[in-house]
Write a protein of this length. Sequence first.
Length: 273
Amino acid sequence: MRIMISVDIEGVAGVNETIQGRRGNPEYEVARRLMTQEANAAIAGAFEGGATDVVVADSHGPMRNIIAEELDERARLVSGKPRPLSMIQGIDENHDGVVLIGYHAAASNSGVLAHTVSGMAFDSIDINGVRAGEPTLFGGYAAEIGVPLLAVSGDDCLAREISEQFPSAHRIVVKEALGAHAANSMSPAKSRELIRVEVAKAVKNAKSAKVEAPCTGPLDIAVRFHKSLYADAAALLPMMKRPDAHTVSFHVDGHADAISTISALSLMIAGMH
C-alpha cells in the first residue's frame, strides 16, 4: 500500500498570518514545527490504515520547511524546488492514494491565507471554467494517473471546495476561517489527533476509493495576475494569449503541463522582485 502525502503550511492549525510562512523570523520556526508535526500525524495515520510505503512532499514556498530530523523515520521526504510536479512530486501510477495536509482555499475565494501556487503573482486561476485551488491542480494530476485523493486537511473554506471538486475525499477541518488572517483553530495537539484518525480511515478504504477530479484534459487555463506588468511578462511566451490587461490564457493536454507552466510563471514573477 503506497501513499503520497503533500504538506503545505497555511492550512496547519495555529497558522493564520503571512509571516508564519516566511523564513527568517521566530514565527516561521514555530509554524514549520507545527507543519512537521501534522505531517507526522498523517504518516502515523497512513501506516495505521495499512500503508507500507509513504512519501512526503514538502510543498510550501521554498519547499524546504519540514524539519527532516523530526520527521517520522518510516517516510521518505521530497524537498527543494523547482521540481517538475511541484507540490505532488514523488507520486506515480503505482500509488494507492494521496493525502493533502495543511492546504488552503483557492485564490480569490474566502479562507485563511487563500491563494493558488503564488499569493504574490496570481489573483485567480481557472481551469476549464473551474476556479482552481492547489488541490484542483495536484489532486487533478493524481486522478489523471489513476490515483484517488483520499483526504485533505485545512480550514472550512477549503473543505467546501473539496466537497464540490472531490466529493469522496475525507475533509479534515482543523480551523474555521474568520478572515484572510484570522481563524478559530483547534489546538495543534487536537488537530494532529484528528488528522491521524481521519487519514487512517481514508487509507484503510483506499482500494475502493473513487478516482475523481473536477477537470479532465485537454485543459483551457486562464491565469489572472495581480498586476498587468506580470501579464506583460507572461504574454511574452509564445503559447500565451492575452484576453485582457491582467490575464493570460493557454491550452495544455493535461495536468502535468498545467503544473509546470503555472510553476514557471510563478518563478518568473518572483524573479521580478
